[in-house]
Write a protein that binds this ligand. Structure first.
Ligand SMILES: Cc1cc2nc3c(=O)[nH]c(=O)nc-3n(C[C@H](O)[C@H](O)[C@H](O)COP(=O)(O)OP(=O)(O)OC[C@H]3O[C@@H](n4cnc5c(N)ncnc54)[C@H](O)[C@@H]3O)c2cc1C
Length: 405
């Protein structure tokens, strides 16, 4: 005999969705819903948390600002308010997201964790914990940063102090006067280390791999913007050469500080692997002045600290894991080989937005919000082309409906 829970699941209600189902109410999901709305196409946005842009609202640190100037982080059809600074704060970004959802009357269904989605007999069946949603179209908008990556470091479980992933880190205030091991040297690792310095903590940042650190701006212009503009005229390798030359002039050699540069240039590397260069927001100066200590790879964590590959051993009060995020698509999207085992589309940008059988993906371009905007427009246009033709099909299917929303 099945348990009560199993019985409940068997009786799960099914809902025919008039329009596409969008999984995820982050910037990407909202952007697709808005573009569809523009073409008078309704959609249903399912979100596991209780708010829109939950990554930004619930899993980022207080001091966070957009890494890129606002013109590169805008969603389609609605600009940032004019008075916003060049690099909006996290709170300004969230308020922009809220106005965006309000402007397009997007009302996601919250607390709907999608556990399974599958294309069966010509339709998408999308199951959350308490409902099954059915549609002809499925838009995957769960993001490249859906789950924190927790590295396997020997001894991590026996550490006596506090261990937190950057998704749970809010402010260095909680770590004031502490000696903190920061594992990871990407944008988050650098910014958390800087934030810790500003709260009189003593960060030790583990640099395991090579990393490109670039100035955020070159002569007052965004480094990223310059790279994009130059790439219109020059091959990528030449653009990288120029960016690295300017970086060395502005920042000096980072190798001397223990930050080895990869052999491949920063923009080429980003395109090939998705690894984002660090845009320096002040951490480099703190490394130069010795306030942030650069450490070699960790060999093992001890009860009170860590042993490093170079033989050093140090005590720490806390550990911050700045080890990044991963996609969760393989956990819930079944029967499709559109995504890799890592949950990224097999076809890279700009061809990764459309799969088979009405499957779409948005926000998996490794190009941040700029990639999101481009995907969202393409998806909405593609669905709009089918919408009129499929209206009749839709009417037939809705007779199959158990409940209309
Ligand atoms: C610290 C930090 C700073 C960043 N700064 C920038 C920047 O300056 N510029 C830039 O362009 N990009 C930046 N990014 C990248 C940023 O993540 C994206 O640009 C943006 O948030 C992507 O939006 P998204 O909607 O694709 O994904 P997300 O924002 O991650 O939204 C995905 C949504 O899907 C929901 N979800 C996940 N799984 C499920 C499920 N199974 N069922 C239901 N809902 C689910 C999540 O709860 C979430 O709300 C930054 C990322 C981080 C972590």
């Amino acid at each position: 005999m099945g348990s009560c829970k199993e019985e409940e699941r068997k009786q799960q209600k099914s809902v025919w969705v008039h329009g596409p189902i969008i999984v995820g109410a982050g910037p990407s999901g909202l952007a697709v819903a808005a573009c569809l709305k523009q073409s008078q196409i309704p959609s249903l946005v399912l979100e596991r948390s209780d708010c829109i842009a939950s990554l930004w609202q619930q899993r980022t640190y207080d001091r966070l600002k957009l890494h890129l100037p606002k013109q590169f982080c805008q969603l389609p059809l609605l600009d940032y308010p004019k008075h916003f600074p060049k690099y909006p704060t996290k709170h300004q970004f969230i308020s922009y997201m809220e106005s965006y959802a309000k402007h397009f009357c997007i009302e996601p269904k919250f607390k709907q964790l999608v556990e399974k989605a599958e294309f069966v007999n010509g339709i998408w069946r999308v199951k959350s914990q308490d409902c099954e949603y059915i549609s002809k179209w499925l838009v995957v908008a769960t993001g490249e940063n859906a789950e924190p990556v927790i590295p396997q470091i020997q001894g991590l479980d026996r550490f006596n102090g506090n261990v937190v992933h950057t998704s749970g880190y809010k402010s260095g205030y909680e770590f004031r006067k502490q000696k903190v091991l920061v594992v990871g040297c990407g944008n988050s690792g650098m910014e958390v280390s800087l934030d810790l310095c500003r709260h009189n903590a003593s960060p030790h940042m583990v640099v395991r791999n090579s990393v490109h650190v670039l100035p955020r701006e070159i002569f007052g212009c965004s480094t990223f913007g310059i790279a994009m503009a130059l790439h219109k005229w020059l091959p990528l390798r030449l653009v990288d050469k120029f960016i690295l030359l300017m970086s060395n002039l502005i920042l000096g050699s980072t190798e001397n500080l223990g930050l080895r540069r990869p052999e491949t240039g920063p923009i080429e590397l980003k395109n090939i692997t998705g690894k984002t260069p660090v845009l320096d927001g002040g951490a480099l100066n703190q490394i130069k002045s010795g306030n942030i200590k650069v450490m070699e790879e960790v060999k093992e964590i001890t009860r009170n600290g860590a042993k490093f590959m170079d033989g050093q051993e140090k005590e720490f009060d806390s550990i911050v894991l700045a080890t990044g995020y991963k996609s969760n698509v393989p956990f819930w999207l079944k029967g499709s080989d559109f995504f890799t085992e890592q949950g990224m589309p097999r076809r890279p940008f700009p061809n990764g937005w459309k799969g088979e059988n009405g499957l779409y993906t948005v926000g998996f371009t490794r190009r941040g919000l700029l990639g999101t905007a481009s995907d969202a427009i393409k998806i909405a246009n593609d669905i709009a082309d089918q919408w009129k033709i499929n209206k009749e099909w839709d009417n037939i299917c809705s007779s199959y409906v158990i409940l209309q929303i």
